[in-house]
Design a binder for this molecule. Structure first.
Ligand code: SAM
Ligand code: SF4
Length: 440
């Protein structure tokens, strides 16, 4: 008899892909997915600890699931960055928790569950795996209506930005062998996937640390050659490692979509130095110029942090100035959140929360205006979209993305899912576009 698993995922695309891989491993152990926690035999919370807010969500989620444990013998587990960071402490703090599974122990999930079931023990697996087995998972099966997929090509990070917990909870950089990645993408093409998004904390340094024998632009070229794959994306890129060859890829590879996510974090050289980012405002702007020269239609999105320790008003103005010069297509903005164990958590010149909040609001309203203007500029143009599914807003609409990663809603039926379709943009909104099919 099959059992049911419910997974709740917080954080970045990396976590989404880890959850997907855990599901595949569990399918092999006779579990099927449910979206109803009360039906589940196993509940997994895949967590994020990059900032305080998502970290706290794990405790409120566990609180919600406690009651379910009282009614049936549900196994409850915590995976991801909080699991890696807290380890055994989580089992002590939450008595009804059965499993803590770290970021490099995913491949062990079926056997850990076996131990819990047969021996009735609680289990904590947070050892780092030097062989990189955690990067492998069974191949996905064809799923109706699924047209795009993540492909993790590397994990961990060697950059040690002073604010960031990732190198401590995801370990050092490790790339997957290129053959393995290429084979996985071929398999995805064979089961109907049209778009792949290559994932890593810093994909530009693919092949530089352990594992992986090619550099990233060469890997992209190999993937561009795979029949059936129509679109390639990747995330995230670190500005320090943005090579000329990667910039050229945007003009040379037909399947590589015209979008790059290139976090800048701050526009102040003084703050960038304290963040240990390895570039200046000037060199970031130069990279943007090179990207736009190689590919004039490229969309550029980024991450930014406000209220990093020691950030003065003049530093914040530098950030606004960088934004005004680049005019990002979209921006993910965060208030600095001290993370225990990182270098910046020791800095004493912290910025008041009220100041962080005010800076965040100023920055977000500036970006909202820029994004809206950029979306409105697209009105009247023709764009190619990959139709991904029914729109959440209306069952008469389908939704998809342009090559530059804008969400577009158009009138049409689900039979169109999976097609690459030219559409005319009729209206630009703050977060999406409205389009019309040209050949409907
Ligand atoms: N590897 C990516 C890079 O170098 O840009 C980013 C990965 S990180 C998981 C995603 C984003 O979270 C970062 O770009 C940064 O803006 C934000 N972030 C990381 N640590 C943070 C912290 N302590 N406080 C606030 N935001 C943080
Ligand atoms: Fe964190 Fe910096 Fe690594 Fe990105 S590059 S994951 S921000 S340490």
């Amino acid at each position: 008899m099959t059992k049911r698993v419910y997974i709740e995922t917080y954080g970045c695309q990396m976590n989404e892909d880890d959850s997907e891989r855990m599901l595949r491993l569990l399918e092999g152990a006779q579990y099927s997915e449910t979206h109803e926690p009360q039906e589940a035999d196993l509940i997994l919370i895949n967590t994020c600890s990059v900032r305080e807010k998502p970290e706290h969500k794990v405790y409120s989620a566990l609180g919600r699931f406690k009651r379910l444990k009282e009614n049936r013998k549900t196994i409850i587990g915590v995976a991801g960055c909080v699991a890696q960071q807290e380890g055994e402490r989580l089992l002590d703090r939450v008595p009804y928790l059965d499993l803590v599974i770290g970021t490099q122990a995913i491949h062990l999930l079926p056997e850990l569950l076996q131990t819990i079931q047969t021996k009735g023990q609680k289990v904590c697996a947070t050892e780092l795996d030097r062989e990189g087995k955690y990067l492998i998972a069974p191949r996905p099966q064809r799923r109706r209506g699924k047209v795009k997929s993540y492909v993790t090509i590397m994990q961990g990070c060697d950059h040690f930005c002073s604010f960031c917990i990732v190198p401590y909870v995801r370990g050092r950089e490790r790339s997957r062998p290129s053959e393995e990645v290429v084979e996985e993408v071929k398999h995805l093409a064979a089961i109907g996937i049209k778009e792949v998004c290559l994932l890593g904390q810093n994909v530009n340094s693919y092949g530089k640390g352990r594992g992986g024998e090619l550099d990233f632009p060469v890997l992209l070229r190999r993937i561009d050659e795979i029949r059936g794959i129509e679109r390639i994306r990747f995330t995230t890129s670190h500005p320090e490692d943005l090579s000329e060859a990667l910039v050229r890829s945007f003009s040379e590879l037909s399947k590589l979509c015209e979008h790059i996510h290139l976090p800048f974090q701050s526009g102040s050289d003084r703050i960038l130095k304290r963040m240990h980012r390895g570039y200046t405002k000037g060199s970031y702007l130069e990279r943007v110029e090179r990207l736009r020269k190689a590919c004039p239609s490229i969309a550029i999105t980024a991450d930014v942090i406000v209220g990093f320790p020691g950030e003065e008003e003049t530093d914040f103005q530098e950030t606004l100035d960088l934004m005004a010069q680049v005019r990002f297509d979209d921006l993910y903005s965060f208030k600095y959140s001290p993370r225990k164990g990182t270098r910046a958590a020791e800095f004493e010149d912290r910025v008041e929360d009220s100041v962080k909040q005010e800076r965040l609001s100023i920055l977000q309203s500036m970006q909202k205006e820029i994004t809206l203007q950029k979306n409105q500029v697209l009105e009247g143009t023709t764009q190619e979209i990959l139709i991904e599914g029914q729109s959440k807003q209306s069952d008469q609409d389908v939704t998809g993305r342009t090559r530059s990663n804008n969400i577009v809603n158009v009138r049409g039926d689900v039979g169109l899912v999976g097609s690459l379709t030219p559409i005319r943009i009729v209206k630009g909104f703050p977060h999406s576009l409205r389009g019309e099919l040209l050949c409907y």
